[in-house]
Design a protein around this ligand. Structure first.
Ligand SMILES: [Zn+2]
Length: 317
């Protein structure tokens, strides 16, 4: 039996797991990222994690087949350099190259949303489908595209940036510098910003304000709770979010036509209440209405998706 290592590098913690062939995590490590200490320090922590996992495997008389790493950023097509990682302030660091120099084990690195998509495809709601798209809604919006059971990131590593598909004009610019990115309409940051902007422009007759001491305390969870109880401003915000997610999904369907699109991330916790609105709006944006289109479902994997997907990365390359 061979083992695979999955490493999930976040802004706060690095989680890693040693997985058996049935995708059970037989050994795990979680340590603080300590990103303020810079790339060389974080890299040395990743090296010690791999060494720890390797000695664990050799104690079990087993061999490590591959190492997969997920991180929030863009990786070049060879998986040598992390071109950009906003959370860690990494610009063009040679993580893949450094690790390959050190370990004689196949190493793959990929964007964390793509990794979460792989986990959903291996064990979650996208399991069994050859073409699937994963969209994660959190403080930002990420995506993973799987075609014929392989991840698709384009010819240069730039593909599957679903959050930066431009879908309209918005009242504020995206972190990437453009205006109108999907992320600025459907992330939790976007919904919160929209509600605060409406309140600042006079929409003060809302139950949201009865639940907070200052507008700084408004969060997406509260907006969704108030929407379910019938609050007008909250419903305006949720409906706007549902509309733009439907537009984003329709664009994906019109270009890729996958078997299934799964929605994950914190905002997806709102569940069917939100998803039903998206599904109601979706048909109006689909080009060929007489044909069937893919299912839209909520993702089902939780916190371990980053580790599991990373450990599966080699299979999906
Ligand atoms: Zn953008």
């Amino acid at each position: 039996m061979n083992l695979n290592i999955g490493i999930d590098i976040g802004g706060t913690n690095i989680g890693a797991g040693l997985l058996d062939e049935d995708l059970n995590i037989i050994y795990r490590i979680e340590i603080p990222t300590n990103k303020d200490r810079g790339y060389d320090f974080v890299k040395s922590q990743i090296i010690s994690i791999i060494e720890g996992m390797r000695s664990k495997a050799s104690k079990l008389n087993q061999k490590i087949d591959s190492i997969g790493i997920g991180l929030p950023g863009i990786v070049d097509i060879e998986g040598n350099n992390v071109i950009y990682n906003a959370n860690l302030n990494w610009n063009n660091v040679p993580l893949g190259k450094n690790l390959r120099h050190r370990f004689d084990i196949p190493i793959n690195i990929e964007n964390d949303a793509t990794i979460a998509g792989i986990a959903e495809s291996a064990l979650g709601v996208m399991k069994g489908y050859s073409n699937s798209v994963f969209i994660t809604l959190g403080t930002g919006v990420g995506g993973g595209i799987i075609i014929n059971h392989k991840v698709y990131t384009g010819s240069h590593g730039l593909g599957s940036e679903i959050g930066h598909m431009i879908v309209g004009e918005n009242f504020y610019d995206c972190n990437c510098g453009n205006n109108g990115c999907l992320e600025t309409f459907i992330s939790s940051t976007a919904v919160r910003r929209y509600v605060i902007n409406e309140i600042e422009h006079g929409f003060i007759n809302t139950s949201i304000l009865k639940n907070v001491n200052s507008i700084e305390e408004i969060d997406t969870k509260l907006i969704f709770e108030c929407a379910e109880l019938g609050d007008e401003l909250s419903n305006k915000a949720v409906n706007r979010m549902a509309k733009y997610l439907a537009i984003g999904i329709a664009n994906i369907i019109n270009i890729i036509d996958p078997d299934i699109i799964a929605i994950g991330g914190g905002v997806a916790k709102a569940g069917d209440f939100f998803l039903d609105r998206v599904k109601d709006l979706l048909p109006r944006y689909i080009l060929f209405k007489e044909l069937d289109f893919g299912e839209i479902k909520l993702a089902k994997l939780g916190n371990d998706a980053g580790i599991i997907g990373a450990a599966m990365l080699k299979e999906y390359k």
